[in-house]
Design a protein around this ligand. Structure first.
Ligand code: AMP
Ligand code: GLY
Length: 573
């Protein structure tokens, strides 16, 4: 059960407002005052709330003995020392727009200074008076006609509504359903589990390597999954992979009014149809390579580009649908294979585009229907090995941050944000821009409508924000006021794959690996049998670390993992 202490020295009207707001909740409140005859204690008695007179000097001992999820200072007229503040999460309500008018008599001082606006601020408590991080604030216009009395009344009214609502937000915990099976989803799960705002984590489709991170749900189809999510009071859903998005999972959850981090079927076409993405970019002047559509072998003649050029399956191909043709015979072979169904329906239509040269970046952003917030740029290593003719894979490793001109990223983000706003993209979720910095500037190679794999593995280790809060702000369309922060150190990921990947991976080999505190291990294709771990897919696991010595730590560990056919790149980061 959640326990909250409210500290007050005097009247206690804020205390009473909070108690009345939470009257039928299961939260346990107590009232504390440093003044023996404070009126707040009488209010507590009347409201049937436990109350304590705790002289200032005894506060430390009191909080040592009594643990609270939150301690609210509501008219508590003392400054608490660091030693006390370390015993819990403290918030304070102050009747001005901080940082203006810190300290006592704030309303009166603001009034006398004839400021245009004043208000109420709720902030975390530090040793300095009224100085901690602001959690919520509300502004009041001070008109020339307003009397001090009227201003005081107005401020108290705002306090009485802002304080309980802010407390509610601070203590609310969320049930989240995470859908997907790979190392990306394992990394998401790991980061979600670090949040103090997580109530329960539910999983759908998790592989054996991270099944025990949450409560596993079973369902025959998305409709049934949505019903089960409803019964389990899931607050929102995070969909990791494009497969489910392209099948329209978000449209189904929308019918049940369950918010999703993921695009609806229509907007998933930015990933699931290269031609749809190209048209979107053309309409919105988003820079990208010139292209033509090829649907028959005869169309080859109409391709206007010089070699090398790039041939892409229109639909989804697990990151493997792009080939580079260096001459006519290669081009003909690739196009024939594609049209003959190399990627089934996905390659019945082909996008052919000019070859772009430059440095590639993965820019992963969150979109809330109005605001686009970019993460730090990351890089993935798509090729199986560094040689030019090496095949593309789902990704063999990743690193972040990647040094980039910040202005380029900001300008690009503005262009994409404007386009999404203009086209009224209402979904909330990740958008991944595969970018290339050419001599003509930034261009888009592709969009993905989810976070990257393996970029997620490195980004989640770098991200300092609480992921539950961040995703909650996204589904609540409140990204505008969210600031993202990331660790400065390098975060790296090396993917361990199976022999034969990406075409015909060998599976079923036993894995042995020591325990380690030095790296984060995110499982992708593994199976557990009688407590033994076996390879089960092309990509087996991601070995990751964020820190000053991340490269050495990761490769040291990579060398300690053993299974037959272990395949990885030695040049990540
Ligand atoms: P895509 O799935 O479209 O991102 O393509 C996968 C990879 O193919 C990219 O990360 C690039 O390395 C490469 N690629 C795609 N389009 C082009 C292009 N127009 N020019 C050069 N390389 C490309
Ligand atoms: N890392 C590339 C992708 O997620 O598609």
């Amino acid at each position: 059960m959640t326990k909250i202490a409210i500290f007050a020295s005097g009247n206690g009207s804020n205390f009473e407002a909070v108690i009345r707001y939470f009257i039928n909740s299961s939260i346990e409140f107590i009232c504390v005052s440093d003044k023996k005859d404070a009126f707040v204690l009488k209010r507590a008695e009347k409201l049937n709330i436990k109350y304590f007179y705790v002289p200032f000097e005894q506060t430390y001992d009191f909080l040592l003995k009594n643990k609270f999820d939150l301690i609210v200072l509501a008219g508590y007229m003392r400054i608490l020392p660091k030693k006390v503040l370390q015993l819990g999460k403290f918030i304070n309500i102050h009747p001005s727009l901080l940082p203006e008018f810190k300290g006592k008599n704030a309303i009166e001082r603001a009034f006398k200074s004839k400021v245009k606006n004043t208000g109420v601020t709720i902030h975390y408590v530090t040793e300095e008076v009224d100085s901690g991080e602001v959690i919520a604030s509300k502004k009041i216009k001070l008109t020339p006609q307003m009397t001090l009395k009227e201003l005081e009344t107005k401020i108290h009214e705002i306090e009485h509504s802002l304080l309980p609502k802010t407390i509610e937000k601070l203590i609310r915990k969320y049930n989240i359903l995470l859908i997907g099976s790979g190392a990306r989803e394992h990394a998401f799960a790991d980061k979600l589990l670090k949040s103090e705002y997580l109530n329960k984590l539910y999983l759908f489709g998790a592989n054996d390597g991270f099944k025990d991170s949450g409560i596993n749900l079973e369902a025959q189809n998305f409709e049934q999954l949505a019903q089960i999510a409803r019964q389990n009071k899931i607050d929102f859903v995070l969909i990791g992979s494009e497969t489910q998005l392209a099948q329209g999972i978000v449209d189904i959850f929308q019918k049940y009014a369950i918010p999703c981090i993921g695009s609806d079927k229509y907007w998933t076409q930015l990933e699931s149809s290269k031609s749809f993405a190209k048209e979107f970019m053309k309409r919105n002047n988003i820079p990208c390579a010139d292209y033509v559509i090829v649907q028959t072998e005869k169309d080859i003649k109409k391709i206007p580009f010089t070699y090398p050029y790039v041939i892409k399956a229109d639909g989804l191909a697990a990151g493997k649908g792009v080939c580079i043709a260096n001459n006519e015979s290669e081009a003909k072979n690739i196009i024939k294979e594609y049209l003959n169904g190399k990627f089934k329906e996905s390659s019945k239509k082909i996008v052919v585009e000019e070859f772009l040269a430059g440095e590639e970046l993965s820019l992963i952003s969150l979109w809330d229907g109005n605001t686009l917030k970019p993460f730090i740029p990351a890089r993935d290593y798509k090729k199986l090995n560094p040689s030019i003719n090496s095949p593309n894979t789902g990704g063999m490793g990743a690193v972040c941050p990647v040094e980039t001109d910040k202005k380029l990223i900001l300008d690009y983000t503005k262009i994409l944000e404007k386009a999404l706003r203009k086209e009224k993209a209402k979904f909330t979720g990740f958008i991944y821009s595969g970018l290339i910095i050419t001599s003509e500037g930034i261009k888009v190679l592709e969009f993905n409508m989810r976070s990257g794999d393996p970029e997620t593995q490195v980004l989640m280790l770098s991200l300092e924000n609480d992921l539950v809060l961040l995703l909650k702000n996204t589904v609540e369309k409140n990204l505008k006021n969210t600031k993202l922060s990331f660790k400065k150190e390098k975060s790296i990921c090396v993917v361990l794959a199976s022999n034969g990947y990406p075409n015909t991976p060998e599976t079923g080999n036993e894995i042995t690996m020591p325990f380690s505190n030095d790296v984060n291990i995110y499982y992708a294709g593994v199976k557990k049998q009688k407590n033994k771990l076996y390879t089960a897919k092309g990509r087996v696991m991601s070995i990751c670390n964020c820190g000053t010595d991340s490269i050495n730590k990761v490769y040291d560990y990579v060398n300690k993992v053993e299974y037959k056919g272990k395949t990885f790149r030695s040049d990540i980061a």
